[in-house]
Design a binder for this molecule. Structure first.
Ligand code: PEP
Length: 265
C-alpha cells in the first residue's frame, strides 16, 4: 500500500450460506468488529441474492460497520430476463456494492467483455459502487501475456465511461489460476500487476481508483501481500466464510495503513 486511499476488504460468499447462516456470519463479524474496530479499513460483505435483505436488516438494526453488496447484476433495468436481478432492485434493497465480471461469471455464465461493460454502466448509472474484476487465465500468464490481457479487459469495460461515474469504480485483480486453488500470486507478481493496472487506469482517466487483489488470500498471507504488493485491499472468497479469518485479513490492511500513515506524518 503506497497511497492514501482507504483500504477496502470485500468478502465474496459466492453460492454459500442460506439466509439463516448468512445472518449468523454477519452477526459474528459484527461482534468481532465491536471488540476491535477496523479504524481505517472499509469492510463489505457480498452474500447470495436471497440473503441480501436479511443481511442488510441485521447490518442496519445492529449497526454493524460493513457495507453490503451483490455478486452480480443484470445490465437491463427490467423485462424478460428470467432468473436475473436488476440494479434498481438492488438499490431498493439498500444494497450499495456489486461485483462486475467476476471470473466465475465470465467463465461459467457467458459474460463476455461487452456484457461486462454494459453491466458496469448499468450498475454505476443506478448509483451502485462497482467492483470490476479482471485477471488472466494460467496459460496467458505462462505466455507472458497477462499485462496485455488485463489492460484489454480494463479498456473494454472503462473506455467511454462518463467520468462522473469514475469514483464509483474499484478494480479487483484476480488471476484466475489463484482463485479457490490455494495458489497465491507472489508479492512481486501482485506488485508488478498493481503498478501496471494503476498506469492503465490513469491512461483511461481513473487516477483515484482502488486496486484490490483476490486469489486465495487468507489470514496468513494478507499482511505480506498488502504491504509488498502495494494493493488497496482484497477481494476474499473462501477465507471470508469464517468471521475470524475474514477479520484477520481486515486487520492486516488496517495495520498496514496505520503504519504507512505514521511514516507519512
Ligand atoms: C474470489 O472468488 O473472488 C476469490 C478471490 O476466491 P478465493 O479467495 O477463495 O480464492
Amino acid at each position: 500500500m503506497t497511497n492514501p486511499l482507504k483500504p477496502l476488504v470485500i468478502g465474496n460468499w459466492k453460492m454459500n450460506l442460506d439466509f439463516v447462516e448468512a445472518v449468523h456470519l454477519g452477526q459474528q463479524i459484527g461482534v468481532l468488529l465491536r471488540h476491535a474496530p477496523a479504524e481505517h479499513t472499509e469492510v463489505v460483505v457480498v452474500p447470495p441474492f436471497v440473503d441480501l435483505r436479511s443481511v442488510n436488516s441485521i447490518v442496519a438494526s445492529e449497526r454493524i460497520p460493513v457495507g453490503v453488496g451483490a455478486q452480480h447484476v443484470n445490465p437491463h433495468d427490467n423485462g424478460a430476463h428470467t432468473g436475473e436481478v436488476s440494479a434498481t432492485m438492488l438499490k431498493r434493497l439498500g444494497v450499495e456494492w456489486v461485483l462486475v465480471g467476476h471470473s466465475e461469471r465470465r467463465a461459467m455464465y457467458a459474460m463476455d467483455d461487452v456484457v461486462v461493460a454494459e453491466t458496469l454502466r448499468a450498475a454505476v448509472r443506478n448509483g451502485l459502487r462497482a467492483v470490476l474484476c479482471v485477471g488472466e487465465p494460467q496459460e496467458v500468464r505462462e505466455d507472458d501475456g497477462h499485462d496485455a490481457y488485463v489492460a484489454s479487459q480494463l479498456a473494454s469495460a472503462l473506455t467511454g465511461l462518463d467520468p462522473k461515474f469514475h469514483e464509483l469504480v474499484t478494480v479487483a485483480y484476480e488471476p484466475i489460476w489463484a482463485i479457490g486453488t490455494g495458489l497465491t500470486a507472489s508479492t512481486e507478481q501482485v506488485r508488478a500487476m498493481t503498478s501496471h493496472l494503476r498506469s492503465t487506469l490513469a491512461r483511461l482517466g481513473l487516477k483515484e481508483c482502488r486496486v484490490l487483489y483476490g486469489g486465495s488470500v487468507n489470514a496468513e498471507n494478507a499482511a505480506s501481500i498488502v504491504a509488498e504488493g502495494l494493493v488497496d485491499g482484497f477481494l476474499v472468497g473462501g477465507a471470508s466464510l469464517k468471521a475470524e479469518s475474514f477479520l484477520a485479513v481486515v486487520r492486516a490492511c488496517d495495520d498496514c495503513y496505520a503504519l504507512m500513515a505514521n511514516r507519512r506524518s
